[in-house]
Write a protein that binds this ligand. Sequence first.
Ligand code: FAD
Length: 600
Amino acid sequence: MRYVLVLIFFLFSITSFSEPSKNNPRDASHPAACRCRPNQACWPANQEWQSLQQSLTGRLSKPVSPIAACKEDWASQSCQLAIKNIHNPFFNESISGGTQSQGWLNGWDSQVSDYAVEASTTEDVVAAVNFARKHHLKLVIKGTGHDYLGRSNAPDSLLIWTHNMRHTSYDPAFVPNGCHQRPVPAITVGAGTRWLEAYQEATGKHHRYVQGGGCTTVGAAGGFIQGGGFGSFSKKFGTGAGGVLQAELVTANGKVITANPCQHPDIFWAIRGGGGGTFGVVTKVTLKTHALPNYFGIVSGSISANNDESYQKLVQQFLIFFRQQLNNEHWGEQFSFHSNNTIQLTLLFQGLNKKQVEKIWSPLRNWIAKHPDSYTMQMNIEIVPADKMWDDVYLAKHIPTWISNNQSEQASKGEYWWTPNTQEVSKYWYTYQSWWLPLAFFADNHIKQASDTLFQASRHVTVTLHINKGLAGASPDAIRHGRETSINPAVYDAAALAIMGSGNNQVYPQLKNHEVNLQEAKQIVQYTQQAMHLLMKAAPQSGAYVNEADYFQKDWQTVFWGKNYAKLLQIKRKYDPAGVFYCHHCVGSEEWSDDGMCKI
Ligand SMILES: Cc1cc2nc3c(=O)[nH]c(=O)nc-3n(C[C@H](O)[C@H](O)[C@H](O)COP(=O)(O)OP(=O)(O)OC[C@H]3O[C@@H](n4cnc5c(N)ncnc54)[C@H](O)[C@@H]3O)c2cc1C
């Protein structure tokens, strides 16, 4: 009988804990097993939302899907306008319900939060964090919504949207708080600032360079630097994370702290590589600037072989050329191996003039010229004075095909994105995977295996090597400052990051008759897995870049962070013991259910 009573009491306590009634609201001060959903009694009452609203300098809003009109009627004018709008990355960033991708097959679909704190100040962020913690709400942070793995959107959540916290300032002699060190020129950017705005401040106004992202619309204080962050010239200037001098952040207990090497060095280390949305909300960061080189430039083109055998030889020859001539601090961006026996070139360089670039490429061009029956090559070299690299007027005049202007009525002056990024905007991803390829992979004694592997992989899908996303061959400064961060140490052995991604930018999974073609998508995923398997087999001890990785990555803790994971988890537990911040495959997320709602 005693056991029956105990069992009844046990069952009663579970039921009353997981489904609190209005008469018996859950005591918010107790750690909850599950976060609160909108249909539950524990969800804050209207009055409580109103008092949150009143405490803000910004505002509280109900986010709306940018394609809401299409759910009613695809053919309507408002839907057609919405579809046009969501192919403009600046538009997607201008509404709290927007994301840069539509979703990921069997992973996530772009969804809106129940409420958004449209933060204007650090105090707004504090209010939102305190509110979410007090009411056990799922909290999401979004700056630009670029996250491939959907970590900046979630249903049944409160969103902190930092888009309005966009400000930049320059300090010619910055010293981190509490540190005694030589002052350096730096820029400080607010949480919502995009790289275009940071570049226009540092380069356009102050003739300096700041190491940010290739894509102009990626956030300068959010997931990019917190996950590592590679730009076209990272082999010279290092990672985004390595350039952070100081950050202000709001931690899970609602405190505002300033983190740098002299104050809170543990969390300072963690937020430089350990991933966004995990350790707190970064409200501003100060970034090191560098002397501007004279020139930036672009090499574009392609090399095609007329049959498989010639292509195999070409791949090998090109990899040797890459290792000998391009794997250094002058070069960045990418080349890709295609199934039609073509290598596509989209490379950027810094600190070289046209003559020097021509000389660098002459060994490869000579080799190709010796085999006119087997190969055709097209190559263009474009030089941009470094101080004009983010000047839309100059670019529109001199390299107009490279830029797409923000033509919406709300556009601010000077807003553009690089045209090659257009096909990624509002894409629905079938898959997206990355793997670091160590320098040893390209060594003479391995080059045959390397080229065979890449050739075989290219039979399945296009394989792109991003040479600026591996730091083997980088400048000593880039490596030294990189090693002070929590980025996966595999990056220092890597000459390049291999990326394979496929999707469709005309698929809208939430709209009837515009869903994904499942058969086609699954087939592509399978091909990609086969190709990736070949690379992983050839370089098994490596890892993947957390910001550009497979949603379904196995053993993600080690693959994303290597030996740094244990320390990152310790810091997560210290600063956020209750797990206020959660995102998919982020540090500490293994302690939560897949939707981040219930503690396991
Ligand atoms: C078109 C495109 C181009 C890209 N190019 C590059 C590139 O050149 N180099 C590169 O390294 N990566 C690149 N990326 C990947 C990019 O680094 C990641 O998508 C990154 O997560 C974007 O960060 P965000 O803050 O802009 O995006 P968001 O989606 O807003 O945020 C990403 C993550 O950071 C968190 N977060 C955002 N703001 C904050 C904050 N203030 N405090 C704490 N957490 C926050 C979010 O919760 C989420 O987990 C690209 C992505 C896209 C879609």
